[in-house]
Design a protein around this ligand. Structure first.
Ligand SMILES: NC(=O)c1ccc[n+]([C@@H]2O[C@H](COP(=O)([O-])OP(=O)(O)OC[C@H]3O[C@@H](n4cnc5c(N)ncnc54)[C@H](O)[C@@H]3O)[C@@H](O)[C@H]2O)c1
Length: 370
């Protein structure tokens, strides 16, 4: 990685306090970063964060910051517009998940990134878990992936921040699941049809995520959404010349009735066998309860353990994603990897956009146009 000049963090909320600002402040102290600027539409929040992390509050526009890298950590509805503005201002971008809320916005980011030669690295934390590389290798040996089932069921974990909650559970937890599905199955470009339905109506607010304390760093008082869960499916044609249609089933809940503990389940069925992952993602304290083994493959009727232990400390994958993001933006050799990563984010955004629209009850076609 080459030296990094000025970084602007846009959005000084919960995730910025928990992950981005401590990481960047440490990097600056170690001499790996020239200047750290923090902006927030809530200027008091930006000012407090700047004091806490030894940074400078930026009160002007994103363009006036003249940053080499902009890190977007605002609520999802503002991501695509801020990324496009940052690219136009000549900055490279790290953006929190989801990349965008529509396939068209994701494609616009892709186009502008390619045309400007500036890189955009979306943060899909879960793929930075060490198990994912092991799973991907195992899946690659099993031939064509025919079906992916991905579920993230929390017993009690409705985000308290606007950034986590406003776009709904499909975009909050589902964006990690869709990214993992696309990444593990190797579906870089997708077309198909999606269906979806809501489940688990709100029980009135007793289900807030215990690990997200409401402080000056974030958290607002707006009403909880009406639904805590979603179940969605898609037929996926990953642009293969022929062969059967692939299926993706996705289920996500912030508060699944009757769930004893949080659980993430990913199952991939391929031509020559299957791969299975059971774990807990994110900051939930239920990480401590996830049983081993974490992942196994089944081939010729035999079960092979792929990953025995469960990673208990979430900080590693959150720091790992930022290591990867900064390397992707600043290292010439990482160009191909950065392009692959952005293309996958466009594919998962197209899938989720169609699923989100299908919550109306009408099946929705989708295609990644990149
Ligand atoms: N990878 C993960 O595990 C993970 C976990 C939590 C949140 N996130 C993502 O991080 C993002 C932020 O979530 P959060 O929980 O920190 O939200 P938050 O509501 O706590 O923080 C968002 C901040 O952005 C500010 N803001 C809003 N619009 C802005 C704009 N146009 N310019 C500058 N500032 C603006 C708000 O005032 C607020 O301080 C979301 O996209 C969310 O999905 C990811």
């Amino acid at each position: 990685m080459t030296g990094i000049g000025r970084v602007l963090v846009a959005g000084a909320g919960w995730i910025a306090h928990r992950v981005h600002l401590p990481y960047l402040a440490r990097l600056r102290q170690a001499g790996g970063l020239g200047e750290l600027l923090i902006a927030d539409t809530d200027t008091a929040r930006a000012e407090a964060a700047a004091r806490e992390f030894g940074a400078r509050m930026h009160a002007g526009s994103l363009e006036e910051a003249a940053a080499g890298i902009v890190l977007v950590a605002t609520p999802p509805s503002s991501h695509a517009a801020l990324v496009l503005r940052a690219l136009k201002a000549g900055a490279q971008v790290v953006v929190e998940k989801p990349l965008a809320l529509t396939a068209a916005d994701a494609a616009a980011v892709w186009r502008n990134s390619v045309e400007s030669g500036l890189r955009v690295y979306p943060l899909y934390t879960s793929r930075h878990r060490p198990e994912v590389a092991v799973l991907r290798d195992a899946v690659a040996e099993l031939g064509d992936v025919r079906q992916v089932r991905a579920a993230w069921m929390r017993r009690s974990g409705v985000p308290v921040t606007d950034g986590g909650r406003a776009a709904g559970v499909l975009w909050d937890l589902g964006s990690h699941l869709a990214d993992l599905a696309v990444h593990l199955a190797g579906w870089s470009a997708v077309t198909g049809t999606a269906t979806a339905r809501h489940q688990h109506p709100s029980t009135g607010g007793q289900d807030a995520a215990a690990w997200q304390t409401v402080t000056a760093a974030g958290g607002t008082a707006s009403a909880l959404p009406c639904w805590h869960g979603v179940s969605a499916a898609a037929t996926v044609d990953p642009s293969f010349p022929a062969g059967p249609v692939r299926q993706l089933r996705l289920e996500a809940s912030w508060a699944a009735p009757g769930a004893a503990r949080d659980e993430v389940r990913i199952d991939l069925e391929a031509e020559k066998g299957s791969v299975h992952w059971r774990t807990v993602l994110g900051w939930s304290p239920d990480r401590a309860l996830a049983p081993a083994p974490a992942a196994w493959a089944v081939r010729d009727g035999e079960r092979h353990v792929l990953v025995d232990a469960q990673p208990r400390d979430a900080r590693h994958e959150y720091a790992g994603q930022l290591d990867a993001a900064l390397a992707a933006l600043t290292t010439p050799d990482c160009r191909a990897e950065a392009v692959r990563h952005l293309r996958a984010a466009c594919a998962s955004t197209a899938l989720l956009h169609a699923m989100d629209s299908a919550l109306s009850g009408i099946a929705q076609p989708f295609t990644t146009a990149v």
